[in-house]
Design a protein around this ligand. Structure first.
Ligand SMILES: [Zn+2]
Ligand SMILES: [Zn+2]
Length: 135
């Protein structure tokens, strides 16, 4: 009896693993390939983190701007602001952040390219592509 239960558990485990992300059938982008969004046309993106950054900058409608609380420096990237602050205005106390809600502005992304029907999750193979038809 108990063997049977274990077998079944194992079976469903391996089934769900087969459906896991990196199934190449659903992966529409791999490192070194261009951006899969048709109208985008970026010919080559080498690594995953570049892809995520590219996606944030081009395929998300709203972008955040991070403002330095001590000068007029503005960055699209939180990490850049933190780096800037450290270099320019001295180190931060451990665990504190220059980025607090007052220092973030949200803007419509002027470079936005609608990635429909793709999403970042689809591009990274974490979800299956949507049906092609728009609702
Ligand atoms: Zn793109
Ligand atoms: Zn500054």
């Amino acid at each position: 009896m108990s063997m049977c239960v274990v077998d079944r558990a194992f079976e469903s485990l391996s089934l769900s693993q087969a459906e896991l992300p990196n199934d190449p059938t659903y992966q529409v982008w791999l490192p070194g390939q261009g951006c899969p969004v048709e109208r985008c046309g970026v010919p080559r993106i080498n690594v995953l983190c570049d892809m995520k950054r590219h996606w944030r900058e081009k395929h998300e409608e709203i972008v955040a701007k991070y403002l330095c609380p001590a000068c007029s420096y503005v960055s699209k990237r939180k990490s850049n602001l933190t780096y800037h602050y450290r270099m320019r205005h001295g180190s931060l106390e451990a665990g504190s952040s220059v980025v607090c809600p007052e220092n973030v502005e949200y803007h419509f992304n002027r470079e936005y390219i609608d990635p429909y029907p793709l999403t970042l999750e689809v591009v990274l193979g974490r979800k299956r592509p949507l049906d092609k038809e728009r609702p």
